[in-house]
Design a protein around this ligand. Structure first.
Ligand code: TYM
Length: 398
């Protein structure tokens, strides 16, 4: 009996959990696509992006980091016809520093903004983190501004980008949309989507319409006056999908278009165990504030290796790349396709050792983090104000 109980618990704990607040277990992305009901992004769509934008698709598209979508094909159809759209993404400011996983949607969104020449709204859900993380209102607002600096450092164009914090911006037309969304979702329905329980405070239950509202252009009358039919494309990791399943479900009832999504897999944690890199576990994350020494140390000591435990054995058997975290990280961030292919072959066959792969990874990540640090140091308070001022963006489609 006791053994049976333990088996049951083990299979439950290895079960994948993916929602906006928790990602754990071994993630089976095919199963997730089925469960959530989104579509796989296929090669023909990536070729289409290349054709329409006349530039090489982003490395995150070429490598399948962004792997799922909802109605992205409709965005491409509309773009081909000459119709416009806007981008919407966000960040829940729960920590001082972003980790490398957080950079993924922002790097990708910057590419989309440049490639398609479209405006972008970025929501800082300081309210969400205040509710879930037990952080004070004042502290959440401070973190939102700090995180805004990291986001701006990713290189967004101020003439096409509006960043807002919920505590500052919610009101007016945005609030009207929140109420309209909220009226369409019963407590039963939201419990089904988000797993709320009777123990959760009502602030949690009231939150999802806040993340839904930016999917509708009428929430931004200073940006999109008279453009209520403008399409919206949301780049994010797949953990955010539940919010937008709800949003898409209610949109037709409000006479609004459903937002489209393009969704990424998770940048894994250093031990490769917890599904995604998480800001709350410093042992498992590489932060944009880490020094070159920190990065080298973390990769050397903590990155789970699929290589063999002696160089002799590695030369004979080669590495298991399915579980090797350093190789996975390189496949996200090493841009040179030919070099990645060479590392893949040599490491798999055994002529390349784990130490060499880790050393190359440390170089690649250090370069990204140092570039980010320099860019962030150049972001002034005036620049943050400029991005966050409620204002029209007259050149947003140029
Ligand atoms: P947050 O702050 O948890 O995460 C910010 C963005 O980073 C993605 N992300 C990751 N991507 C790849 N690998 C990881 N390990 C990883 N960890 C996080 C998230 O999916 C997200 O895109 N509620 C949101 C804030 C938000 C939002 C949005 C996000 C508001 N509106 C619209 C996306 C789109 C949040 O707390 O994100």
């Amino acid at each position: 009996m006791a053994v049976e109980k333990k088996d049951e618990q083990e299979s439950e704990s290895s079960e994948q959990v993916v929602n906006p607040w928790e990602v754990s277990g071994k993630i089976d992305y095919d199963r997730l696509i089925d469960k959530f009901g989104c579509q796989r992004l296929d090669v023909s769509m990536i070729d289409r992006v290349q054709r329409l934008t006349s530039r090489q698709p982003h490395v995150f598209l070429r490598r399948g980091v962004f792997f799922a979508h909802r109605d992205f094909n409709e965005i491409l159809d509309a773009y081909e016809r000459g119709d416009k759209f806007y981008l919407y993404t966000g960040r829940g400011p729960s920590s001082e520093a972003l980790h490398l996983g957080h950079l993924i949607p922002f790097m990708f969104t910057k590419y989309l903004q440049e490639a398609f020449k479209v405006p972008l709204v970025i929501q800082l859900t300081d309210d969400e983190k205040c509710i879930w993380k037990n952080i004070s209102v004042k502290e959440s607002k401070r973190l939102a501004r700090e995180n805004a600096k990291d986001i701006i450092a990713c290189g967004f164009d101020v003439t096409k980008t509006f960043i807002f914090s919920d505590f500052d911006y919610v009101g007016g037309a945005f609030y009207e949309n929140m109420v309209k969304v909220g009226k369409c979702v019963t407590l039963n329905k939201s419990t089904g989507i988000f797993g709320f329980s009777g123990q959760d405070c009502i602030a949690k239950i009231g939150f999802p319409p806040v993340q839904a509202a930016p999917s509708f252009p009428s929430s931004f009358p200073h940006l999109f006056p008279g453009m209520n039919n403008l399409r919206c494309l949301i780049p994010c990791a797949i953990d955010q999908d539940p919010y937008f399943r709800m949003t898409r479900d209610v949109a037709p009832r409000l006479g609004y278009r459903k937002p489209a999504l393009i969704e990424s897999s998770f940048f894994p944690d250093l031990q490769g165990e917890n599904g995604k890199m998480s800001a709350s576990n410093p042992n498992s994350a590489i932060y944009v504030t880490d020094s070159a020494e920190d990065i080298k140390y973390k990769i050397k000591k903590r990155a789970f290796s699929g290589g063999q435990d002696s160089s002799k054995k590695q030369e004979g058997v080669g590495a298991n790349l399915e579980v090797d975290v350093s190789f996975k990280y390189l496949s996200f961030f090493l841009e040179d396709d030919a070099e990645l292919e060479q590392i893949f072959q040599e490491y798999k066959e055994g002529s390349m050792l784990t130490g060499a792969v880790k050393a190359r990874l440390a170089e690649v990540l250090t370069e990204i983090v140092e570039r980010h640090r320099r860019a962030r140091a150049a972001v002034t308070d005036e620049m943050v104000d400029a991005f966050m001022t409620v204002r029209p963006l007259p050149r947003m489609f140029e």
